[in-house]
Design a protein around this ligand. Structure first.
Ligand code: ZN
Length: 84
């Protein structure tokens, strides 16, 4: 296990650590070599891409559509809680 020096406080930190345990400074050993593709890039872009698309769609959606969705959710919740 290699040790690297924290750029913030100079503390010796394991290269495996995501952040310095002394000052909390984030260590980007792997991200530095390939900034666009972090190690867990295989799972996150898919999920976050979807979230981003959903968020973008939600922001573009007119308020009346949001109102309809909110109403649908309310009606659904109403029937779920009172239906049985
Ligand atoms: Zn530090």
């Amino acid at each position: 296990m290699a040790l690297v020096q924290c750029p913030e406080c100079g503390h010796q930190v394991s290269s495996q650590a995501p952040a310095c345990p002394s000052c909390g400074h984030p260590l980007q050993n792997r991200a530095a070599s390939s900034p666009a593709q972090p190690q867990n890039a295989l799972q996150s872009p898919h999920v976050w891409g979807r979230v981003a698309v959903a968020l973008g769609a939600w922001l573009v959606t007119p308020w009346i559509a949001k109102l309809i969705v909110a109403l649908a959710v309310c009606v659904l919740a109403y029937f779920m809680f009172t239906g049985r």
